[in-house]
Design a protein around this ligand. Structure first.
Ligand code: FES
Length: 287
């Protein structure tokens, strides 16, 4: 690789005087391209569902949209509640003629958690900003980008609030665990509740497991568990923290895997609830 231009500390970031240091012809563009496609698709889908604001729980008792109070009653007696609408907040807020979908009160929290996630930051900085798009590649029009200040100035300095988004995400794990437990309680034709296992129940459990693996593999959590300590063997507490840190590290090493799989599972649960609520598919009964 050619050497960097001298005096870069004073001048800002050093320009890379070649287009790439890669020599193996690797398809480096594939990963950023997939990231753009998948994040854009999920963003459009979740936004569409939030605006659509219907068929988000099962059973759904009306043909189409309901008033907020009717929807609240439906959610309270439902077996399945889409994670995009959980917890359901029955606030009727209007902006002109538009009634704000309750999904928007919720999506802001998991949305902030993912947007500020260290893994996703790497992925979307590369995919959307091309800054640079992959390792050992020059930035496009690098000279015009020398004003980039990393995460030291607004708006990217807000990424440092990730730890607080993590606290909110943990609360959501408990809420979605409750929803997963509820997915095993069905109402019979006689109006009585009974235990059952349906395909939907299994999808709900899978979703909360993947979300928990993603959330508790968080770098902030790993630091809270095992950081700021000088000796891992000096006390029972520090030994316990070391053991927990190792477990968190196991998840942390697979953070990208759980980031994507949990994103897919959230979409999968919502699609499933949507389809069974519309009567387009039957919720397969296992027990
Ligand atoms: Fe990814 Fe915290 S670093 S969720």
């Amino acid at each position: 690789m050619s050497s960097y231009t001298a005096g870069s500390r004073e001048a800002g970031r050093a320009p890379l005087p070649i287009d790439t240091a890669r020599t193996n012809g690797e398809n480096w563009w594939l990963q950023p391209l997939l990231t753009v496609i998948l994040l854009t698709a999920f963003g459009i889908y979740a936004t569409y569902r939030a605006f659509e604001n219907t068929y988000f729980c099962y059973p759904w008792v009306a043909a189409g949209a309901m008033s907020i109070s009717d929807a609240h009653r439906a959610v309270e007696s439902a077996t399945y509640l889409s994670p995009l609408f959980s917890p359901f907040i029955p606030i009727s807020l209007s902006l002109g003629s538009y009634v704000v979908s309750p999904a928007f009160y919720i999506l802001i929290f998991p949305g902030a958690f993912r947007i500020t996630c260290y893994y996703y930051r790497k992925a979307y900085y590369r995919a959307f900003f091309w800054d640079p798009p992959a390792c050992a590649l020059a930035e496009p029009r690098a000279e015009s980008r020398m004003k980039y200040t990393g995460e030291r100035a607004f708006p990217f300095i807000l990424q440092n609030l990730h730890r607080y988004a993590f606290y909110a995400a943990v609360v959501f794990i408990f809420i979605l665990s409750y929803d997963a437990i509820r997915s095993f309680i069905f109402t019979g034709q006689d109006g009585r509740s009974h235990f059952g296992i349906h395909l939907g129940s299994l999808i709900f459990v899978l979703n909360v497991v993947l979300l928990a693996c993603y959330t508790f593999g968080c770098h902030s959590w790993r630091h809270l568990i095992g950081g700021g300590i000088d000796c891992y063997s000096c006390s029972a507490l520090s030994r316990t923290r070391y053991g927990l840190w190792q477990k968190v590290s196991f998840l942390n090493e697979r953070h990208a895997l759980f980031a994507w799989s949990s994103l897919f599972s959230v979409a999968l649960v919502d699609v499933y609830v949507n389809l069974v609520a519309r009567g387009l598919i039957t919720d397969l009964s296992i027990i």
